[in-house]
Design a binder for this molecule. Structure first.
Ligand code: DC
Length: 215
């Protein structure tokens, strides 16, 4: 397998967990593209700078993503910052970072340098960054279900998390449309294993009993 598999979807749709497990089962790396936007948002927080200001300073920073089959490590100027990328503070400003075309171009260049095979999750991986990918999936889920899934990760109240998810759905709408050739999966009523099974079934259909031929 030397393919690129894209798994896009809105925040808390489960795409990162699904991408990790699919990659593990296939024995290939997974890449979370959102981490790169989060790292740029962290730059803003660390430098007390706006997204617009950071856009002009990207070249001063060194951003690296190291992918393993089980996790992604993000290094900012040589320091590992992965743990700091999932705070509510980063959640709150990352959309303002991700709408800036020059920042998107910067992140896309980093992504396109990664040699396949890999599973990559994001918003526009199938539509824009890797339109040539052989397998494209788009996960959706009801916002209430997504908020319930995210509360334990954030340690914040349900209402706060739900409001943040709905605000981000709106802010990220532009870059979040599914690729025209993506397989769309509503995961509201599926658990993680269920989604992974459906995705793997599309990539490597199990050889069931031979089809009967009536001709
Ligand atoms: O998937 P995530 O929640 O880690 O993404 C963080 C933010 O980055 C999210 O607000 C949308 C944005 N993003 C994007 O615009 N394009 C991507 N390919 C990935 C993430």
């Amino acid at each position: 397998m030397n393919e690129i598999i894209t798994i896009d979807g809105p925040s808390a749709s489960g795409k990162t967990s699904v991408a990790k497990l699919v990659a593990q089962r296939l024995g290939i790396p997974y890449i979370s593209s959102g981490l790169l936007y989060r790292a740029v948002a962290l730059m803003c927080l660390l430098e007390n700078a706006s997204a617009e200001e950071i856009e002009h300073r990207l070249e001063k920073h060194r951003l690296e993503l190291k992918a393993t089959p089980t996790q992604n490590l993000v290094y900012l100027d040589g320091h590992e910052v992965s743990q700091a990328l999932h705070s509510l503070e980063v959640d709150q400003i990352v959309s303002a970072v991700a709408v800036r075309p020059a920042i998107r171009e910067y992140v896309n260049q980093v992504l396109r340098q990664i040699p396949p095979p890999f599973v990559v999750d994001g918003r526009d991986m199938g539509s824009t960054v890797f339109p040539q990918a052989r397998y494209k999936f788009y996960l959706t889920a009801n916002p209430l279900v997504r908020a319930m899934r995210r509360v334990p990760e954030r340690g914040a109240a349900f209402d706060t998390v739900l409001a943040e998810i709905m605000r981000r759905d709106e802010a990220d709408k532009k870059q979040s449309a599914p690729a025209r050739d993506a397989i769309i999966l509503d995961t509201s009523h599926l658990d993680l294993d269920g989604v992974v099974r459906v995705v793997l079934e599309h990539i490597a259909p199990s050889s069931g009993p031979p089809e009967q031929n009536f001709s």
